[in-house]
Write a protein that binds this ligand. Structure first.
Ligand code: HPA
Length: 270
């Protein structure tokens, strides 16, 4: 794994110009942010060695490195998911490459279902902490001590410093944000109403099928992590209607403006 990550990082280094200090993973329907980068170099994932490509609608699949507010950023438009059949080591491959490239922090964004009934569709939630219900962990298997420790601490996965910066940015940009706990499930089927009631009982505010593996791998490497969920739909059973993926994409596109403003405000403050 170490060698493959190094090979991919070398390929990225060879074409990106100045190295990025921050990586941003763009969730379902949130990829438009990548178009706002200046002096950008865009590379389809397929052109990078070993890089897994997603088949999911709403995930363009390209790495864009460019400038926002005078800072060099790597925007990952599209990610692969556990439910696509990839093992979690592959799911976090891109995170590993970013760490190897030398980024200091990673901003993980996603589309999520709202469990907290105080949330409205289209709300943006800063992730304060997570619950891993994937039934596995990206660090399973032998540990490479060059990358990180065998038993990494997870008491502050989502950096308090970056969460404060996100709040400041939201206030300055006039974007409303909430805070909450993200629970990661395997998918790809959506949850049952009983599962959502269970998740609410154990303290979750939003549910999704990504982010947690990348957050764990990023902390393993010592990166600072910020997580932002776009509440694209209310979770199963909250409203008397079925869940459809089109709604997820439509809502994410609808909040595009405030999502991009929030990200810009955060980057300005890094
Ligand atoms: N459940 C799981 N994942 C999701 C959802 C949901 O309701 N919405 C967007 N991603």
């Amino acid at each position: 794994m170490y060698e493959r990550v190094e090979e991919t990082a070398a390929a990225v280094r060879g074409r990106c110009g100045a190295l990025p200090g921050t990586a941003i993973v763009l969730g379902s329907g949130l990829g438009d942010f990548a178009d706002t980068l200046l002096d950008a170099v865009a590379t389809p994932y397929g052109d990078l060695p070993h890089w897994p490509a997603s088949q999911v609608v709403g995930h363009a699949g390209r790495l864009v490195i460019g400038n926002v507010a005078g800072k060099r950023i790597a925007a990952l438009s599209g990610r692969v998911h556990f439910y696509e059949g990839y093992d979690l080591g592959t799911v976090v491959f891109a995170t590993r490459v970013m760490g190897r490239l030398g980024v200091k922090r990673i901003i993980l964004t996603n589309a999520a279902g709202g469990i907290n009934t105080g949330f409205a569709q289209g709300a943006l939630m800063i992730i304060d902490d997570h619950i891993n219900m994937l039934g596995s962990n990206p660090l399973v298997g032998s540990n490479d001590d060059r990358v990180g420790p065998r038993f990494p601490d997870m008491s502050e996965v989502y950096s308090a410093r970056l969460r404060t910066i996100a709040d400041d940015a939201a206030r300055a940009k006039g974007v409303q944000v909430s805070h909450g706990i993200y629970i990661a499930v395997h998918g790809p089927s959506y949850e049952t109403p009983a599962e959502i009631r269970f998740f609410r009982t154990i303290g979750a505010d939003a549910v999704g099928m990504s982010t947690v593996p990348e957050a764990i791998a990023a902390r393993h490497m010592g990166l600072e992590v910020l997580g932002i969920s776009c509440i694209t739909n209310m979770a199963a059973g909250v409203l008397p209607q079925p869940l459809v993926h089109d709604e997820v994409i439509d809502t994410a596109r609808r909040v595009r403006g405030s999502f991009i403003a929030l990200l810009e405000g955060i980057i300005e403050r890094l």
